[in-house]
Write a protein that binds this ligand. Structure first.
Ligand code: HXC
Length: 257
């Protein structure tokens, strides 16, 4: 049987995906990425799953793309591997994904965390875009997403020096949702995921899509997009149920219809 680079468990409506190449600090090689994408797409289409938590182990979320897999590659090799298409598929996952980060979160690992919708970090986690130290630059969105998260001037320093930065620095800069004691990073991510799992799944997916649009569209178009998504929710049973439950002073029961 092929190596299992992604372990999946379910806790109610929350699917927990664990990167599993611990000997190499979860370096992201192509087989791992392919398994990750297949798993995410399968869970995205599974109505029993409402939220995903993506994690590694205590020592590493992921220490980057697999350097040994890339070291001897030519331009043509890299072009034909077409990694951008893989990352695009992660970007298209419609359910929320929460990264639960401990240990090293570097290079492609940091970019993978930034593809997620929230980042919960153990206080000992170390982030970084150290590609500059090995003669390249971030290649899975780091030059774009880090700047959008922390601003141009901090992103520039981090990407040009390649230095590692702490979970607290990441939080202060706006890269991380929440910093928790080391032993709690997984539990806290699952706790947030469970709260989201109680909401209307359609509203959750529309909210994710609308928030992400803000990073791609001018404000006026983003506002138009949001308004149309808002109106569309009035075609769902969940909107009727949510508002009726408020008026009747009871807890809403969402069906995703
Ligand atoms: C392949 C890696 C790896 C990586 C670690 N390992 N990171 N293998 N690719 N990115 C392997 C090591 O070779 C070693 O294997 C084992 O994991 C343990 O790592 P050590 O270096 O022995 O551990 P330590 O001394 O604790 O140092 C940890 C570390 C260091 C600081 C995180 O491993 C490190 O600097 N890693 C590379 C980080 C990096 O440059 N990331 C960016 C990659 S480029 P052996 O077999 O020796 O035991 C990138 C581009 C993204 O991500 C482009 C788009 C996807």
């Amino acid at each position: 049987m092929a190596d299992q680079f992604i372990l999946t468990t379910l806790e109610g409506p929350v699917a927990i995906l664990t990167l599993n190449r611990p000997d190499v600090l979860n370096a992201l090689n192509i087989p791992l990425m392919d398994q990750l994408i297949e798993t995410m797409e399968r869970l995205d289409n599974d109505p029993a799953v409402r939220v995903m938590v993506l994690t590694g182990n205590d020592r590493a979320f992921a220490a980057g793309a697999d350097i040994k897999e890339m070291a001897e590659a030519s331009i043509v090799d890299m072009y034909e591997r077409n990694n951008l298409a893989r990352w695009e598929r992660i970007k298209r996952v419609r359910k929320p994904i929460i990264a639960a980060v401990s240990g090293f979160c570097l290079g492609g690992g940091c970019e993978l965390a930034m593809h997620c919708d929230m980042i919960v970090a153990a206080e000992g986690a170390q982030f970084g875009q150290p590609e500059i130290n090995i003669g390249v630059i971030p290649g899975a969105g780091g030059t774009q997403r880090l700047g959008k998260a922390v601003g141009k001037y901090r992103a520039m320093e981090l990407i040009l020096t390649g230095r590692f930065f702490s979970a607290h620095e990441a939080y202060d800069a706006g890269l991380v949702t929440k910093v928790v004691p080391n032993e709690l990073y997984r539990d806290e991510a699952i706790n947030i995921a469970k709260q989201i799992g109680e909401k209307s799944p359609m509203a959750v997916r529309f909210a994710k899509e609308a928030v992400l649009k803000a990073f791609e569209m001018p404000l006026s178009e983003g506002l138009d997009f949001e308004r149309k998504m808002f109106y569309m929710l009035f075609g769902t049973d969940d909107q009727k149920e949510g508002m009726a439950a408020f008026i009747e002073k009871r807890k809403a029961k969402y069906t995703g219809k």
